[in-house]
Write a protein that binds this ligand. Structure first.
Ligand code: SAM
Length: 314
């Protein structure tokens, strides 16, 4: 994060409360010693830090962080200078032991990641587990999460969401992971690395119904933030319409499967397609009826439709 990420235009001259007074309230809460504080930090805009997070970061004896340079710079923006402990995915176990020793000595330690909420598609879970296993206290200090920020701007109505995080990098494993999500009615939330967005969109288009809605939440809270929603069939065209869209940080949100009845049809189609490749239509429909419990005649009709669609598309 740097100054270019911040929008210089949107200043608020009159905030109708005293930040200092509020900080005093925050400071009156109990902040036990010998505890690990899991602190969410901004995902772009340094202003997205909570007052409690600032208070905890000011209070702790040390901050365990993914990248000491990043976190040192972030803390400096808040006027804080702390002992930093490098805690990344390659040394989590070893650092966990050091954290437990510090906590046993009565210290307060904060755990932060490079951006957003630690331990969510970020290092931290192992350290939290070790601290809890040692019988020590873990205190969440909630704040920004890229997934939630994207979800709240998506306008998708499903009451549940499924956080899928990062998809596997290898195509075969990624496609298997996606196939397992096809039947979920919950909204699907993915994180994606900038260099993989084009491939991921292609995989989504191949694996899901083209009418599903997709939401791209790009560069959230930064100067060039974009939240774009369209039909999945239009997704690749949106990405390639502008060169800058192949860069930047993305949360990708995909509408869940249609209602359960529709899912039954999707599953029946999948089974029919496999069986039709191996045996005559009538037999395929009869076997599909046994597998799915659906009516044989309806499945036979559907098999005829699928055959005709297959012949039409060559
Ligand atoms: N733990 C963090 C959280 O929950 O917010 C996420 C860390 S994960 C290593 C990084 C991924 O989060 C990125 O690849 C992207 O998918 C998403 N992300 C982080 N910052 C973002 C932003 N400003 N806009 C959109 N997505 C972002």
């Amino acid at each position: 994060m740097n100054d270019a990420d911040l929008n210089p235009a949107g200043t608020a001259d009159a905030i109708p409360f005293s930040t200092a007074a509020l900080l005093q309230d925050v400071a009156r809460q109990d902040y036990p010693t010998g505890a690990l504080y899991v602190v969410a930090t901004p995902i772009g805009n340094a202003g997205d830090i909570t007052l409690r997070a600032l208070n905890v970061l000011a209070l702790v004896d040390a901050v365990a962080c993914e990248d000491t340079r990043n976190t040192g710079q972030l803390l400096a923006r808040y006027g804080l200078h702390k002992t930093l402990i490098a805690a990344h995915q390659h040394n989590e176990r070893e650092v966990a032991e050091r954290l437990v020793a510090r906590l046993r000595a009565g210290q307060r330690v904060a755990l932060v990641s490079d951006a957003g909420t630690p331990a969510v598609s970020d290092p931290g879970a192992r350290m939290v587990e070790a601290v809890r296993a040692a019988g020590l206290r873990v205190v969440p200090v909630p704040g920004v999460s890229a997934a939630i920020a994207a979800l709240c701007a998506s306008g998708l109505l499903a009451p549940q969401f499924h956080f899928a995080g990062f998809l596997p990098a290898k195509a075969a494993q990624r496609d298997t992971a996606l196939a397992a999500l096809r039947g979920l009615a919950a909204t699907l939330v993915f994180y994606e690395a900038p260099h993989r967005i084009v491939d991921t969109v292609a995989a989504l288009q191949a694996g899901f119904e083209p009418t599903r809605q997709i939401v791209f939440a790009r560069e959230l809270t930064k100067l060039f933030e974009e939240v774009h929603r369209c039909a999945l069939s239009e997704a690749a065209a949106w990405i390639t319409a502008s060169a800058h869209r192949e860069k930047g940080e993305y949360v990708v949100i995909l509408e869940g499967a249609p209602a359960a009845v529709a899912w039954d049809h999707i599953e029946a189609d999948r089974i029919l397609t496999i069986l039709m490749a191996q045996c005559p239509l009538k037999q395929a429909a009869a076997l599909a009826a046994q597998i799915t419990g659906q009516k044989k005649n309806a499945l036979y009709e559907r098999a005829l439709e699928l055959k005709a669609a297959g012949e039409a598309s060559g």
